[in-house]
Design a protein around this ligand. Structure first.
Ligand SMILES: NC(=O)c1ccc[n+]([C@@H]2O[C@H](COP(=O)([O-])OP(=O)(O)OC[C@H]3O[C@@H](n4cnc5c(N)ncnc54)[C@H](OP(=O)(O)O)[C@@H]3O)[C@@H](O)[C@H]2O)c1
Length: 293
């Protein structure tokens, strides 16, 4: 597929986050920072080039956080793309700090969240953030517990005009419901991919409500997906395993938005082209073996 064709129609089409239209094929900026998501990238010019290429190809959804680097990813986005095209929507998240050991300790007290929103506004060079996700749980995944105080703080910041729309991340089914009882959300961002499908019921519930589900680590994250079933389907379709993993997500449910990360223009272009692959019933059955093995 040529670049011109990609620009006309990205795989999966578009989705609405409130009144904001985004391409279902987005871009996740986290791994543009240095190793362990700390410090500057090894290839700064390369990182800027990937961001510019993503927008040039028609992507209108970039996922980030001021904690990436920290500050590094947001500053790269700003340097590469500011002033932002009107159609580009940057989704960020708050709720975790970085520590000296590259850890992600929670930072969900009201004062932490107010500061995090100010930091994101400043590093991205914006007056208002399009979407802010409240990141819950910890590095091992979602944890039970009330989000009322933290989410209520973000609602106040929204009412002050600093945030357009809210979402939650790394959240349990119950926390999603608790947030929705407080204020509307437009997205949930949790870990999900071909090999980790624990959120299947949540995806279906949100699809019924017209709310986006945004899988993080769509390609497996720091340990990219590897499986003989994935390779076999990719071989049959004449594409790459990463492309099949993305095509599967797009086909899984219309409310799934992709935010795959890459530091390579070649991978970005390859993933975008390959995600348009149509998986047959046989392909899907073969890919289901990944969770049964
Ligand atoms: N809410 C949360 O708690 C949370 C947690 C983690 C991540 N996130 C978000 O999710 C986004 C995606 O996560 P992620 O980037 O960590 O993981 P990912 O998208 O699952 O995978 C990215 C990895 O896949 C590799 N890759 C991409 N395309 C490839 C290709 N065609 N061939 C071979 N390797 C390829 C990349 O390496 P190359 O650079 O070499 O292409 C990179 O190492 C992040 O950017 C972040 O915005 C959110």
């Amino acid at each position: 597929m040529s670049t011109d064709q990609l620009e006309l129609s990205l795989p999966g089409g578009t989705w609405s986050l409130g009144e904001l239209t985004v391409t279902r094929f987005g871009y996740g900026a986290m791994q543009l920072a240095g190793p362990g998501v700390m410090g500057p990238p090894a290839d700064r010019e390369g990182a800027l080039a990937v961001l510019r290429k993503a927008v040039e190809l028609g992507i209108t959804h970039i996922d980030t956080a001021d904690a990436y680097g920290p500050r590094v990813t947001n500053q790269l986005i700003r340097e590469a793309l500011h002033p932002y095209p009107q159609e580009l929507h940057i989704v960020t998240k708050v709720g975790a700090h970085r520590d000296a050991h590259a850890g992600w300790p929670p930072a969900r007290r009201p004062e932490d969240l107010r500061q995090a929103v100010r930091d994101n506004l400043e590093s991205l060079g914006l007056d208002r953030l399009d979407v802010v996700n409240l990141r819950l749980g910890d590095a091992t995944g979602p944890q039970p517990g009330s989000l009322a105080e933290a989410f209520g703080t973000l609602v106040e910041l929204q009412q002050q005009g600093l945030i357009r729309h809210l979402g939650v991340s790394n959240a349990t089914f119950e926390q999603v419901a608790e947030a929705q009882a407080i204020a509307p959300i437009v997205c949930v961002q949790n870990m999900y991919n071909l090999a980790h499908r624990h959120d299947d019921p949540l995806i279906d519930e949100l699809a019924g409500q017209g709310i986006a589900y945004v899988p993080f680590f769509p390609l497996g994250g720091f340990s990219p997906l590897q499986s003989s079933a994935l390779s076999a389907v990719a071989h049959r379709l004449g594409t790459t395993p990463m492309s099949v993993a993305l095509a599967w997500l797009l086909q899984r449910s219309p409310n799934i938005l992709l935010i795959p990360g890459t530091s390579s223009v070649a991978h970005l272009t390859e993933n975008l082209a390959g995600a348009a692959a149509r998986l047959s019933g046989d392909d899907l059955a073969e890919l289901d073996k990944i969770v049964r093995s």
